[in-house]
Every structure is written in C-alpha cells, then in structure tokens.
Design a binder for this molecule. Structure first.
Ligand SMILES: Cc1ncc(COP(=O)(O)O)c(C=O)c1O
Length: 301
C-alpha cells in the first residue's frame, strides 16, 4: 500500500515519510532550549517560489547558530524537492528545520556536545491571515505591553522559535477582537508580527522597518515589485506615531503573500478597503508566480 501524504509529508533521516510519522526526541534542544532555526518556502501551482533565496537564508542562519547538520546545501535542496515531489502537494507550506539536537552526554550544558540534525516537512498551503480576513482586510493592533525581544538577545534575522513575545501579544490582540498584531521594539519603533513583516504607505512611499525583524523573502519581493512598478520604497525606522497615521498598511509573508490591513487599533484606513498601492503590489506578487526565473517546477512522482 502506498503512503498517504494528504495531510503532509516529512523528510527525516534521508527518507520521505507521512507527516504523522515524523517525531523528534523529548531531549532535543530544539524543544528544550528553542535552540533551532528554520525556514519556510512555499510551493504554488506546482512550483517552488524563490527556493534559492530561502536556502541562502537558511544556510546563513545555521552558520550564525554554529550548527552543522552534516548536509551540504545541494543535499538539503534535493531533500526538499524530493519530499514535495513525493507528497503530491501542488500548493504547500514547506518548512526546513535545523535543530541543535540531542546531547551526546546526557544532561550536558555544552552546546557543542549535541547531534545537530536536519528535517523538513510540507503541508497543504498555510495562510497566516485566513483568506476571508485577507479579502476584507486584516484588523491589527499595535501591541501595548509585549515588546519584540531585543536583537542583541535573540537575532531576529535568524528565523527562530522564540515566540514568547509574539504569543503574549497575540493573546491580547485576539481577546480584544483583532485578527493579529504588530510589535514595537524598546525604542517604540515598529518591528514585525507573528509570522509576517509589516509595510506602511507614508506620503506616497512604501516603508518597512530596516532592523529588528526577519529579513523576509516576501519583504524582499515587495521591495523588488516597488522598484519594478516605480513606487518609492524604503527600509527605515518607523516610529509608532508614523505607523498609526499611515495611509495604507499591509503585511507580507511566505504563508499568504502581501495582505491588506484596513484597521490599526481603532483607526480605519482609507475607506476600510484595500489601498490602491497595496492592491497593485498584491496583484504583482501573485503574477510573479509565473516568472520562470523565480519559480522551480516540481516533477511529481
Ligand atoms: C517573525 C517573522 N517575520 C517575518 C516573516 C516573513 O518572512 P518571509 O517573507 O520570508 O516568509 C515571518 C515568516 O514566517 C516570520 O515568522
């Protein structure tokens, strides 16, 4: 009988397996220390979008954390492609993970004495902001209490599982009826939200924070789209007040692309509909999913 991959597939120990069979040890430092890095690329309409950009970031993250999973970049790339080809998923959320792993000597506190390891998994496409919410425009709060963890404590350019700040902010936002939230840094500038970068349109310029956040691949794509469309775009510090008076706001993530925000705190932006600049960016983002230079077609098994 062939394996069932309808809920997803995983790549573990050089094998593609159904996602429900994928397991890690309770001793894994990825779990007990959040000592882990990951990356997420999507597959849309049977093709990986910007796979090499995601691999570049993932390899850099492993380097910054001094992890060696014993696999070359080309092997990781091949594992991802093999997993998706085997799964049959034509629109997927594809996660690649590098964990510090289990200690070689039980109970050690020495991060050098762990078996670093790589695994990956793919599930049907995930929308960080559900599609019905994206259609009407997301309602977001600017988190009041939880500030983004300082960059000299946890480097946000290394995609990570340190979500304590974002989960606290999410609870507060959801309790107050918002769809999601954006966190400030300790200087009162906007950073990012749980699973997405943030953009604002200020005096005709598309702006996004320049530091304190993951350097998102969707963020990079949005900046390239702006260049192509002739829309001024800049990465800069965005103080809270500037953000709260922006003309348009949108989120950006691999798990759903750019998504319009129509309300920030109590404020309704524009006419409570997707702004004109945001709309052009969203359209171009999805149009770019047919560009052969950015997309890698999967040959399914
Ligand atoms: C904290 C955080 N910021 C930003 C992003 C967006 O990055 P990307 O566009 O590479 O998905 C993500 C994506 O999951 C994220 O988790």
């Amino acid at each position: 009988m062939s394996a069932d991959y309808t809920s997803g597939a995983a790549w573990m120990n050089a094998k593609v397996i159904p996602i429900s069979d994928a397991k890690i040890s309770v001793f894994d430092w990825g779990l007990t220390r959040s000592d882990i890095t990951y990356d997420v690329v999507h597959v849309w309409d049977g093709a990986f979008f910007r796979l090499d950009d995601y691999l570049d970031r993932f390899m850099a993250s492993m380097g910054k954390l001094r992890m060696d999973v014993g696999m070359e970049r080309a092997e990781i790339r091949a594992a991802l492609i093999d997993m998706v080809a085997t799964s049959g998923l034509t629109s997927a959320y594809v996660s690649m993970v590098a964990s510090r792993g289990t200690p070689i000597v039980a109970g050690t506190r020495d991060p050098r004495a762990c078996n670093n390891h790589f695994y990956a998994w793919a599930v049907p496409f995930v929308w960080v902001i559900p599609q019905d919410v994206a259609k009407r425009g997301a309602h977001i709060s600017l988190a009041e209490d939880a500030r983004r963890i300082p960059i000299n404590s946890v480097d946000p350019t290394v995609k990570n599982y340190h979500w304590g700040d974002m989960t606290a902010a999410l609870f507060q936002a959801l309790d107050a009826g918002y769809d999601t939230t954006v966190l400030l840094d300790h200087d009162g500038c906007v950073t990012e939200g749980p699973g997405f970068n943030i953009f604002a349109v200020v005096d005709g310029t598309v702006v996004t924070p320049k530091s304190g956040m993951l350097e998102g691949i969707t963020r990079k794509t949005v900046m390239e789209i702006c260049a192509e469309l002739g829309i001024p775009c800049e990465a800069r510090d965005i103080p809270k007040d500037v953000f709260l008076s922006a003309d348009e706001v949108f989120t950006a993530t691999t798990a759903g692309g750019p998504v319009a925000v129509t309300r920030v705190n109590e404020r309704i932006l524009g006419n409570d509909a997707t702004g004109a600049i945001t709309e052009r960016i969203i359209k171009t983002y999805w149009d770019w999913h047919t560009r052969t230079d950015l997309n890698l077609k999967v040959t399914y098994k």
